[in-house]
Design a protein around this ligand. Structure first.
Ligand SMILES: O=c1[nH]cnc2c1ncn2[C@H]1C[C@H](O)[C@@H](CO)O1
Ligand SMILES: [Zn+2]
Length: 374
């Protein structure tokens, strides 16, 4: 019993959080490899630049190296994963394992993104890269279903914002939209590379009635978010955490209402989904701690918040871990986890009726069963 007479909310156990149905919108395929897989693929391909050939040590190396407080240095670690994702077999294996790992973690719907242009050094064409990944995701889905942990996976095609291939990648996303590609994204270093550099790709996607998200408001602030929404027409924001720069007044939870600036109000009014990735933000310096991460303020203000992993390898994380951290360090409840999961499903790039079916048949019954058990 607390001083004010209320019993504290029961903590949620890791087992319960793992069993909760989860939906993941922001996860990089090249940021989620198993360390052991990297080692095996590197040995097969004769890639000898890995910092370690011990799985545990290699996992630690990725986490430590990504923990620099800088997005640019964080991104340098991807050279090792991308190096072992250059053949169809390698890509298929990585995609299959991604689906299996997410399903084992209780993820029931996931969008896995990657940049096809980074995977052509071994001679694959862009369509071959996409087809290999899609084949791996389908294999992983089939195996996960056979194991009793069904997962629905789609892929998002990313263009690198410092490069000049976004028109081609956007066309690829439209070409494969009925074969498992859900949409398009841009990623990479944000400062100096505003989303409007890729305006023609976004205009093309809108003409094609296609979906896209943009990494914005992670390492750079409001101008990047504003461009992503008002120039480019993004359906969702990758991270978007810096939207708090447009919120003034008390920014702790509870107490007086904070004041929203025009951009923050627009994002909330239009229900623009925020793909938030707490641990990743701690590593790149976008937030100080999980307790102080703007995700809880944005949740309390009823922005359309979703919880995501970004890069499971570089952050040593999983969907369950991200949720557990929010529970343990920011006081999130089972209801909050359910709300974030439904937000993610409402914001998914699959058709409305399919989103609804997952919400009604999987998410709601799953959380109801857990609530009854607590
Ligand atoms: O959090 C991120 N911000 C910007 N770019 C990122 C982030 N995580 C991964 N990337 C980049 C590195 C990958 O090679 C690329 C495609 O997945 O996307
Ligand atoms: Zn990302």
């Amino acid at each position: 019993m607390t001083d004010d007479g209320f019993a504290p909310a029961p903590a949620l156990s890791p087992d319960l959080v793992r069993r909760a149905p989860k939906a993941l919108l922001h996860d990089h395929l090249d940021g989620g490899l198993r360390p052991q897989t990297i080692i095996e693929l590197a040995a097969e391909a004769g890639y000898d630049a890995l910092p370690s050939t011990d799985a545990e040590e290699l996992g630690r190396w990725f986490r430590d190296s990504a923990d620099s407080g800088s997005l640019e240095r964080y991104l340098e670690t991807f050279s090792h994963t991308v190096a072992v994702m250059q053949s169809a077999d390698q890509l298929r294996r990585v995609a299959r394992e991604c689906a299996l790992d997410l399903a084992a973690d209780g993820v029931v719907y996931a969008e896995s993104r990657f940049a096809p242009e980074l995977h052509v050094e071994g001679g694959l064409s862009l369509p071959e890269v996409v087809e290999a990944v899609l084949a791996g995701l389908r294999e992983g889905e089939a195996e996960a279903a056979a194991q009793g942990t069904p997962i629905r996976m789609v892929s998002l095609l990313t263009a690198m914002r410092h490069a000049a291939m976004s028109d081609e990648i956007a066309e690829l996303a439209v070409r494969y939209r009925d074969q498992g590609v859900g949409g398009f994204d841009i990623a990479g270093a944000e400062a100096g590379f505003p989303p409007s550099r890729h305006l023609s790709a976004f205009e093309y996607l809108r003409r094609e009635n296609a979906h896209f998200t943009i990494h914005a408001g992670e390492a750079f602030g409001l101008p990047s978010i504003w461009e992503a929404i008002q120039w480019c027409g993004a359906d969702r924001l990758g991270h978007g955490v810096r939207i708090v720069d447009d919120i003034t007044g008390p920014t702790g939870t509870g107490g007086d209402e904070p004041t929203l600036g025009r951009l923050a109000a627009y994002v909330r009014d239009r229900r623009i989904p925020l793909e938030m990735c707490p641990t990743s933000n701690l590593q790149t310096g976008a937030a100080e701690s999980v307790a102080a991460h703007p995700i809880s303020l944005l949740k309390d203000l009823r922005f359309r918040v979703t919880v995501n992993t970004d890069n499971r390898l570089m952050s040593g994380t999983s969907m369950s871990r991200e949720m557990q951290l929010l529970v343990d360090e920011a006081g999130w409840t089972l209801d909050d986890l359910r709300w974030a999961t439904i937000n993610a499903m409402k914001s998914a790039f699959i058709p409305f009726d399919e989103r609804l079916a997952i919400i009604e048949r999987v998410v709601k019954p799953g959380y109801a069963a857990l609530a009854a058990a607590t």
